[in-house]
Structures are given as C-alpha cells and as structure tokens.
Design a protein. Structure first.
Length: 83
C-alpha cells in the first residue's frame, strides 16, 4: 500500500465557490481542508465559545449553505464542491 495514492490525495477540480476561499484547483481533499483552516483562522471565524464551530462569512456560506457548521461537518459539506 505504500506506493499507492489514497482517494484523499487525488487532485480534484474545485468549484468556483470553494475556489474563492481556497484558491484554484486541482487540489487534493487534504489540501482543501488545510487551506480552509488557514482561511478560517486568518479571518477569525472560529466561534469564541466553542472552537469546534465555524461561523461562516459570505464566502463560506456559499460553500456550506448555512451560517454555522461544526468542524466535523465541514469536511462533508465540501464534498459537492469537489469533482
């Protein structure tokens, strides 16, 4: 298994909504998640009371479809934006 790429490492196309946050693809899912966290921390979007929640700004709301998401839910919500 050492020589094979996992599905998470496969470069994928990024939707225009997600590209506004993480940059243009193709990117591996792991790179997208890392770039999302850089954006979230840079823009101070983690909830102050519960750091596991992310308060979406206008760009993230286009990706997530709602104002607040849990960090575990975030990875599920980016799926439709990768192809």
């Amino acid at each position: 298994m050492a020589g094979k790429n996992s599905a998470f490492m496969k470069p994928m196309n990024v939707s225009p909504e997600l590209a506004a946050v993480v940059g243009k693809g193709p990117m591996a899912r792991t790179e997208v998640v890392k770039a999302l966290w850089v954006y979230i921390k840079k823009n101070n979007l983690q909830d102050q009371k519960n750091k596991r929640n992310i308060n979406a700004d206008a760009n993230l709301k286009k990706v997530f479809g709602k104002d607040m998401v849990n960090m575990f839910e975030m990875t599920k919500l980016i799926g439709p934006h990768l192809s």
